[in-house]
Write a protein that binds this ligand. Structure first.
Ligand SMILES: CC(C)(COP(=O)(O)OP(=O)(O)OC[C@H]1O[C@@H](n2cnc3c(N)ncnc32)[C@H](O)[C@@H]1OP(=O)(O)O)[C@@H](O)C(=O)NCCC(=O)NCCS
Length: 176
């Protein structure tokens, strides 16, 4: 049974390791620079200071995934965006297909709903078919494909935007 809980400073090395795992072999994350523990530590503090959730999925005492969300676009400058969040989740490959990603997204969606947010958005690299299928299973609908807006290793990349209304049940499950 996976436990979802807020991230702690002690989780930073695991968050870093999970975040880096696919950087060298996929275009799922649009950076060629590995994350460091220092940088992830500062990021966690910034997330906390800004009131953005960072959650951990723990299995038998081991960190096997993490998730977060923030404003979709700059809601401080353009307050009309304040009801919409963009999330990010990462699950250790050893635990794919065991419901960890679902547990993280359900928890983030509940957190966002409690905050009065209305819409959750995922921005996904178009080659990441697993994440696209995963989000579709959880009730996210593809709303846009943006050709060539990214680049990694000199290769132009497409972005898939998927969104879900937080008032609607997640993937067929009743809302709490
Ligand atoms: C995408 C990712 C988060 C999915 O996490 P996961 O823990 O493997 O997914 P789950 O086991 O919770 O799956 C939830 C549902 O999605 C479905 N699903 C997951 N992967 C799927 C796939 N490749 N094809 C079809 N359905 C899939 C599952 O069948 C499951 O449905 P069910 O609950 O009805 O059985 C995980 O693979 C991952 O971290 N990938 C690398 C990082 C990444 O891509 N992050 C997202 C960036 S946008």
């Amino acid at each position: 049974m996976v436990l979802i809980r807020p991230a702690d400073t002690a989780d930073v090395p695991s968050i870093t390791q999970i975040s880096n795992a696919l950087l060298d072999t996929t275009t799922y994350e649009w950076t060629e620079t590995k994350h460091t523990i220092d940088e992830r530590g500062r990021w966690l503090e910034e997330q906390r200071a800004a009131g953005r959730p960072v959650t951990i999925a723990e299995d038998d005492g081991r960190v096997v995934g993490w998730g977060t969300y923030g404003d979709f676009r700059d809601a401080a400058r353009w307050p009309g965006y304040r009801f919409t969040v963009e999330h990010s989740i990462h699950v250790a490959q050893s635990h794919w297909g065991h419901g960890v990603g679902r547990a993280l997204v359900v928890d983030l969606a509940e957190h966002a709903r409690r905050e009065g947010r209305r819409v959750m958005v995922a921005g996904i690299d178009a080659t990441n078919h697993r994440s696209i299928a995963f989000h579709a299973k959880l009730g996210f609908a593809e709303v846009a494909r943006m050709p060539g807006v990214g680049e990694k290793w000199g290769q132009r990349l497409d972005l898939v935007l998927m969104q879900r209304d937080l008032a609607e049940p997640l993937g067929g499950d009743p809302c709490p």
